[in-house]
Design a protein around this ligand. Structure first.
Ligand code: CA
Length: 496
């Protein structure tokens, strides 16, 4: 109680401290967080047009500021999203740093100070559309799939939410609107469903099928269940049958995002739009199948690009573009690993998902966390330029706090740095130090352009692909960075 009281006192909107001009502007803010888009996956970061075409994301770069050293907080989904919303490094998550199942407990404490809570406090309408992957309620059987599902996104700062609980290869694959599963099948409202088949009396064998087909490793059988043209079943213990078609997911989330913009066009809003593209299983809408040069991987990028374009067009149509700050990025680096059988469409044809960077999703080489990051705010952020500043999505809470004139308590968003000047293109200096969180909770450390990882030391100034280990040449620097990496985990939890 003492802590809550303190937060309520400190968590005030102080426009003067935030800078009168910026706070007075109160731009709308849209954070577009894509899934598994790598550094080399879009045109403005080097993808070749015969492989992947992204004219809409490239438009964002042409009209905004493109960061060459922007980072996702982690190299995998859940920890990255945790840090973006809380401003805390993922190892501080009391519910665990790893990738969560679909029935995990809510990872963020209800009522805590988060990115959406800040915007709500500042008078914004706040909305989540897309992939959540941060748990619900107390997890397991505490989640009322047939009833009111809470606490969830609404209890950590969102006014409204339309989301997939985890990922599309983790049950349940259902849409949740605010506190309830929606899109229930009207033709079969009461029977219990235990996998992609329907049974009145579930047997042990059916439960086994659920475990192997929907919770197991991705395999051909799983993909068949998804793409057979039959609505897939969203299921968890006690859940009813819900309609689901993978190929519609991008469009459904886009529809909800556009509805949010229309609904809130006359007031400041914060939209966290987190498309599932291009996480596996990759099932693009037929409209995009075969449109890229690199199979379903590229088709899903082009589907995503089209969705981004429709958001931009909506802002133009609603005359909101000039007063809307957009952050476009990804939750981790790309991966060429494909757990599903996509048939002949699996060829990458030389496409480098992370460009020249070493490593992939789930590693802490630069390819794991360095991702596309573009900021557009017409008239406030320079257009068509690049920035070398080292910035992380972990920095959004502290940076937007200043934009809004919100004063954060010392014990909130403790790893978030105010890099607002860099994000707005007024400075080329971002962070000096960055902890890069890895897929197995390993970490790497950036100190300027020095990088320490797994006992290896690299100078990214001359060795962006992390190929030449300089530990033998610079043992003192390597020892110091190793010690610092260890120390970060035991640092006092206060903001830098
Ligand atoms: Ca991801």
């Amino acid at each position: 109680m003492k802590r809550m009281k303190r937060l309520s006192v400190c968590f005030a909107v102080l426009a003067v401290l935030g800078g009168p001009s910026l706070a007075a502007a109160k731009p709308n803010v849209i954070v577009i967080l894509t899934d598994d888009i790598g550094y080399g996956d879009v045109g403005c970061y080097g993808a070749r047009p015969e492989q992947v075409r992204t004219p809409q994301i490239d438009r964002l770069a042409k009209e905004g500021l493109r960061f060459t050293d922007g980072h996702a907080p982690s190299s995998s989904c859940t920890p990255s999203r945790y840090s973006l919303l809380t401003g805390d490094y993922a190892f501080r998550n009391p519910r665990g740093w790893g990738v969560l199942p679909g029935d995990a407990p809510l990872a963020i404490r209800p009522g805590s100070i988060t990115l959406p809570a800040m915007f709500r406090q500042a008078g914004y309408a706040t909305g989540l559309v897309g992939k959540w992957h941060l748990g619900l309620a107390e997890g397991g059987d505490s989640i009322q799939w047939n009833g009111e599902i809470k606490p969830g996104p609404l209890e950590i700062g969102f006014d409204e939410a339309f989301f997939l609980p985890a990922t599309n290869d983790r049950v349940p694959t259902v849409y949740v609107k605010d506190h309830r599963v929606v899109n229930l099948d009207p033709a079969d409202p009461i029977r219990v469903c235990y996998d992609h088949r329907i049974t009145d009396e579930p047997t042990g064998q059916d439960q086994l099928a659920l475990a192997t087909v929907l919770k197991g490793l991705p395999n051909k059988e799983h993909l068949d269940a998804i793409t057979a043209g039959v609505s897939r079943i969203g299921f968890m213990s006690g859940g009813r049958k819900a309609l689901w078609k993978d190929e519609e997911m991008c469009g459904v989330f886009l529809r909800e995002a556009l509805a949010f913009l229309e609904k809130h066009k006359n007031r400041p809003f914060f939209l966290y739009y987190a498309p599932h593209n291009i996480h596996e299983p990759r099932v693009p809408h037929p409209r995009f199948r075969g449109t890229s040069g690199v199979g379903v991987y590229g088709d899903q990028i082009q589907e995503l690009d089209d969705a981004v374009g429709q958001v931009l067009q909506a802002l133009d149509r609603l005359r909101l573009a000039d007063n809307t700050l957009i952050v476009f990025s990804s939750d981790n680096g790309g991966t060429q690993w494909q757990g599903y059988d996509y048939g002949a469409a699996a060829a990458f044809n030389g496409h480098q998902v992370n460009g020249a960077l070493r490593g992939t999703k789930a590693t802490v080489y630069e390819g794991g966390t360095r991702v596309p990051l573009i900021v557009r705010w017409p008239g406030h952020v320079p257009a068509g330029q690049t920035s070398p500043a080292l910035v992380s999505l972990t920095d959004l809470p502290a940076s937007f706090a200043r934009l809004l004139g919100v004063v954060l308590p010392e014990d909130a968003a403790v790893d978030s740095m105010d890099v607002l000047e860099a994000l707005l293109g007024k400075s080329e200096t971002g962070r000096r130090e960055l902890f890069e969180h890895g897929g197995e909770n390993r970490g790497a450390l950036r100190d300027g352009n020095w990088k320490f990882i797994n006992g290896q030391l690299f100078d990214l100034t001359t060795d962006l692909s992390e190929s030449h280990n300089l530990t033998a040449q610079q043992p003192a620097r390597a020892r110091a960075m190793a010690a610092r990496l260890e120390a970060i985990r035991t640092l006092k939890k206060t903001r830098p």
